[in-house]
Design a protein around this ligand. Structure first.
Ligand SMILES: Nc1ncnc2c1ncn2[C@@H]1O[C@H](COP(=O)(O)OP(=O)(O)OP(=O)(O)O)[C@@H](O)[C@H]1O
Ligand SMILES: [Mg+2]
Length: 184
């Protein structure tokens, strides 16, 4: 399989001088499912943030499907979906509008049929007109995954999406991830 993500000699020091990432080298193949494991503070979120361009890295290079993440940021970022560790949803927006807005931000043409397909995979179709604030915690996590998939990314990052959810929902979410790979 072709590499979708290539990371070469990546290091990241925060402005206070703390070196959170030390010479990371990583290759991720298309359709591969990879888990980043490490204790609290290991640098998992920092690594994902540098790949998504939320946080600047100090040295090294990141290439996303052939696009340099710094020189060709917009093209590279468009191919990435990210479910953040901390939920970031607009409470008064409906589920469907949350997805429409996110898709639009990445410059994709409206496609409600595609968005409804994602919601269906995540057992959220009946909630499409519901406001975020009316959803349970687990449902909000699912919306967060749907939002990350709304612009048809080729690479999906899930930063601890099962934190704080019960065992049944946790199992369910792994099925969702597998379904996403099949859907792609
Ligand atoms: N803005 C910041 N400024 C300085 N240091 C930071 C900043 N953000 C994170 N760090 C430090 O970088 C290290 C890695 O943090 P990070 O959030 O990437 O860890 P993590 O592996 O995602 O941890 P967790 O499992 O708790 O989510 C930690 O020591 C943290 O204190
Ligand atoms: Mg983290």
């Amino acid at each position: 399989m072709q590499d979708i993500l290539t990371i070469n000699d990546l290091s990241k020091s925060y402005s206070n001088g703390f070196e959170a990432l030390k010479t990371i080298n990583l290759r991720v193949a298309e359709a591969e499912i990879l888990a980043l494991l490490g204790p609290n503070g290991a640098g998992k979120t920092t690594l994902i943030s540098t790949i998504c361009g939320i946080s600047k890295f100090t040295t090294g290079q990141i290439t996303m499907a052939g696009h340099d993440i710094v020189r060709n940021y917009r093209a590279a970022r468009k191919m990435i979906g990210m479910v953040p560790q901390e939920l970031a949803l607009e409470p008064f927006e409906t589920v469907m509008n949350t997805l429409r807005f996110s898709r639009g931000l990445f410059g994709k043409a409206p496609n409600d049929a595609y968005l409804e397909e994602i919601l269906d995979h995540l057992s959220l179709l009946d909630k499409r007109k519901t406001q975020i604030l009316e959803l349970s915690g687990g449902m909000k996590r699912r919306v967060s995954i749907a939002k990350a998939l709304s612009h048809e990314p080729r690479l999906l990052f899930l930063d601890e999406p099962t934190a704080g959810v019960d065992v049944e929902l946790r199992k369910d979410m792994w099925l969702v991830v597998e379904a996403c790979v099949v859907m792609e």
